[in-house]
Write a protein that binds this ligand. Structure first.
Ligand SMILES: [Zn+2]
Length: 170
């Protein structure tokens, strides 16, 4: 069994810099940049509509070109942009409740922002792993967990790979 290596942390470690937890605004998802996205467009898989430079849900304009949106593309390829790991005794004993909470939050996020989706929630090595199509959703889920339940949070956004990894421990 392969377990992802935990970053070593000395007992006297200072809290992670807030900068590392900042939402990675203004960085374009490379999946989005595969070919220029025509406007308007509609995703032939999920029906999300791209118009006026943003994605939303609704009827497609009649002349919209058919594309595969970045969220469907990542889901089809199984290439998440965000990972949130939930670990620790509290996370373990409240597993069902936390999964429901994340599912509710994900539903709201997807309704407001069609490209922000939870791809999967699965147990990996005794921890719950949530994968997302979008870096901001992973970031927001982790922040929401800490806000509602406490615990510790750290995370890292890899700008080059457009990949965020958040770890919540409680
Ligand atoms: Zn789609």
């Amino acid at each position: 069994m392969t377990t992802p290596q935990r970053p070593g942390r000395p007992a006297t470690a200072s809290p992670p810099a807030e900068a590392s937890l900042a939402a990675p605004d203004g960085v374009a998802d490379p999946y989005q940049e595969r070919g220029a996205l025509s406007d308007p467009a509609v995703c032939g898989h999920c029906g999300a509509v791209y118009a006026g430079g943003t994605w939303h849900w609704g009827p497609a304009p009649p002349h919209a070109s058919r594309v595969r949106c970045v969220a469907c593309h990542r889901t089809d390829d199984n290439v998440p942009a965000g990972y949130v790991t939930l670990e620790g005794p509290y996370a373990s004993t409240h597993r069902d409740e936390l999964e429901e909470e994340i599912a509710r939050y994900a539903h709201l996020a997807r309704t407001a922002h069609p490209m922000r989706r939870v791809m999967a929630m699965e147990e990996v090595g005794g921890r719950l792993l949530v994968t997302t199509t979008d870096v901001e959703l992973a970031h927001d889920i982790a922040q929401e967990l800490r806000r509602r339940h406490g615990g510790e949070l750290d995370g890292h956004f890899n700008r080059e790979e457009f990949l965020i990894r958040m770890r919540w421990r409680h």
